[in-house]
Design a protein around this ligand. Structure first.
Ligand code: NAP
Length: 256
């Protein structure tokens, strides 16, 4: 796996896991482009890391993604690595009829439909690269569903299956497909969802990026740091047991 002198695009790179991956790719002499919805957040990152390239772009908007693709062709002449990282997590009680339906659909739009949209518009560039890689950031919850975040769990397992399905197809076009399935990581997403658990210490994003980098370098296709690997194994060995362990409190107390 070529790990330097590549042009890398990371959606949702202005914080958390996306930013830690951006820093890792920059350390190794890659050209790194990040996107996000909030321009002020992107500009703050740019002020701290002047070499990073920023574009305000919402992954759910077709026009934004098409414009981003045009800008990247113009400014960088192409793309080698596309990282579908942008994502959100809502805690939802499906037994509550006052839930905001649109908010749930938007979660599907960001977490699942948008990686498909990104690949669609960036495919011509990836096909032209000699070292093309598509990296999808799903979640350890793709292996074992988490009742407190039912829509999120559904989107991440859908992303996991889509990733597996397209891998042999894109191989025919010399595009490698990698999936990063993070455990609970210390980011705004985990903090907002109040995923703190006395038994589970969130992984620092920098540590996640270190693990990713080593496994990515070795050419691993499914990268499962920390507890994600336990979820992967347990979902096969004892699916009922691990489901119960993860879902002792199925109703969220911190509903958004
Ligand atoms: N943290 C965890 O415990 C954990 C565990 C497993 C998997 N993951 C996955 O890791 C990925 C990154 O999450 P994180 O924890 O790093 O969260 P985070 O710190 O909240 O970062 C999310 C990033 O996505 C961007 N974003 C959100 N919606 C977007 C949209 N519509 N268009 C473009 N950018 C958008 C955000 O910027 P703006 O708000 O400015 O758009 C931000 O840069 C997600 O896919 C998440 O599901 C996280």
């Amino acid at each position: 796996m070529k790990q330097s002198h590549q042009t890398v695009l990371i959606t949702g790179g202005s914080s958390g896991i996306g930013l830690s991956l951006a820093k890792k790719f920059m350390e190794h002499h890659n050209t790194v482009i990040i996107t996000g919805r909030n321009l002020a957040k992107l500009e703050k990152v740019k002020a701290q890391y002047p070499k990073i390239h920023i574009y305000q772009s919402d992954v759910t908007k077709d026009t934004d993604v098409q414009l981003l693709a045009n800008n990247i062709i113009q400014d960088f002449k192409g793309l080698d690595v596309l990282i579908n990282n942008a994502g959100i997590m809502n805690l939802v009680d499906a037994g509550n009829e006052t839930n905001d339906l649109q908010k749930q659909f938007n979660e599907i739009e960001i977490n699942y439909n948008s990686p498909i949209r990104m690949l669609h518009y960036f495919l011509p560039m990836l096909k032209k690269s000699k070292n093309a890689v598509l990296i999808n950031v799903s979640s350890g919850l793709a292996y074992v569903t988490f009742s407190q975040a039912p829509v999120y769990s559904g989107t991440k397992s859908a992303l996991h299956f889509w990733t597996q399905a397209i891998r042999p197809q894109l191989k025919q076009h010399n595009i490698k497909v990698v999936e990063l399935l993070p455990p609970v990581v210390d980011t705004k997403l985990a903090e907002d969802a109040d995923l703190k658990d006395d038994n589970l210490k969130p992984m620092p994003p920098e540590k996640l990026a270190d693990i990713f980098w080593k496994e990515y370098g070795r050419g691993k296709e499914e990268i499962t740091p920390g507890i994600s690997n336990i979820l992967r194994i347990m979902s096969r060995l004892a699916p009922g047991f691990i489901f119960k362990q993860l879902n002792r409190q199925p109703i969220p107390t911190n509903r958004s």
